[in-house]
Design a protein around this ligand. Structure first.
Ligand code: DC
Length: 222
C-alpha cells in the first residue's frame, strides 16, 4: 500500500468532522476527502433517475452507477456529470438517501477505489464512517469524532438556517437518530471506532480546540 500519510476522521452525522477535517488538512497542507459527499452525489443521481434502492430491479441499475459515478470535485464545487450539485447534495433528503445506499455492500465496493484515489502527496485527511477501518486502514492517525445527539441536531439546525432555509429541530433529531442507527447497525463497514482510533467527544469543545487536539496527535506521530 502507498506510504503517503493519511489521517482518518470518522464519526456520526453532524459531529463536525467535515469542518474539522478540512481545517486539519489546510493546516498540514494535505489534500482533503469528504467521503460522505461521494455517497451523497450517488444519492442525487439515484433520485434524479427516480430509482428506489428498496426495489431489487432498481438496485441492479444503481450498483453500476456507483462504480461509474461521473463525480468531480472542483474547488468548493461538486459536479455530477458536469452539473453543479454542491447544494443538492447537502439536503436532508440526499443525506437520508446516501445512508440507505451506504448499507449495500456492492455500492460501497463500487465507491472504494474512487476514495483511495484521493491519497496523494504530501498527504490526505479523509472524513467519513469507514476511513480508518476499510478505506485507509494504514492511516497513521485515526480519530473517532463524536458529540451528543442533542448537540449534533442543534449544529445541523444552525447549518441549515445559516443557508437561509427553515429547519425543524424535532424532524432533524429523529432523522439523525435513524441515520445513526442505520450507519451503526449495517453489516458492512458499520460506524464504530476502530480499535486503534482515538475517540474525541467534542460536545462541549470549540472547533479550534478540536483542530488543535488532532494536530497535536498528528505531530506526535509524524
Ligand atoms: O458524512 P455524511 O453525513 O455526508 O454522509 C452521508 C451518508 O453517507 C451517511 O449517513 C452514511 C454514508 N457514508 C458512509 O456510509 N461511509 C462513508 N465513508 C461516508 C458516508
Amino acid at each position: 500500500m502507498s506510504t503517503c500519510p493519511v489521517i482518518a476522521i470518522d464519526g456520526p452525522t453532524a459531529s463536525g468532522k467535515g469542518t474539522v477535517a478540512a481545517l486539519v488538512a489546510g493546516k498540514l497542507g494535505y489534500h482533503y476527502l469528504d467521503s460522505g459527499a461521494i455517497y451523497r452525489v450517488l444519492a442525487v443521481a439515484v433520485a434524479q433517475g427516480g430509482l428506489n434502492p428498496d426495489l431489487s430491479a432498481d438496485l441492479q441499475r444503481i450498483i453500476p452507477m456507483a462504480a461509474n459515478l461521473p463525480v468531480q470535485f472542483r474547488g468548493d464545487k461538486v459536479l455530477l456529470d458536469g452539473a453543479d450539485v454542491s447544494e443538492a447534495i447537502r439536503t436532508e433528503e440526499a443525506g437520508v438517501m446516501a445512508s440507505r445506499l451506504a448499507v449495500v455492500p456492492e455500492v460501497r465496493a463500487g465507491l472504494l477505489q474512487r476514495q483511495r484515489d484521493f491519497r496523494q502527496t504530501p498527504g490526505l485527511v479523509a472524513d467519513g464512517r469507514d476511513m480508518g477501518s476499510v478505506v485507509f486502514p494504514d492511516s497513521f492517525l485515526k480519530v473517532f469524532l463524536t458529540a451528543s445527539a442533542q448537540v449534533r441536531a442543534e449544529r445541523r439546525v444552525n447549518q441549515i438556517e445559516g443557508r437561509g432555509q427553515k429547519a425543524d429541530f424535532q424532524a432533524i433529531y429523529s432523522d439523525l437518530m435513524a441515520r445513526d442507527k442505520r450507519d451503526t447497525e449495517r453489516a458492512v463497514a458499520p460506524l464504530k471506532p476502530c480499535d486503534d482510533a482515538l475517540v474525541l467527544d467534542c460536545s462541549n469543545m470549540p472547533i479550534d480546540q478540536v483542530v488543535a487536539t488532532i494536530l497535536n496527535w498528528a505531530q506526535e506521530r509524524i
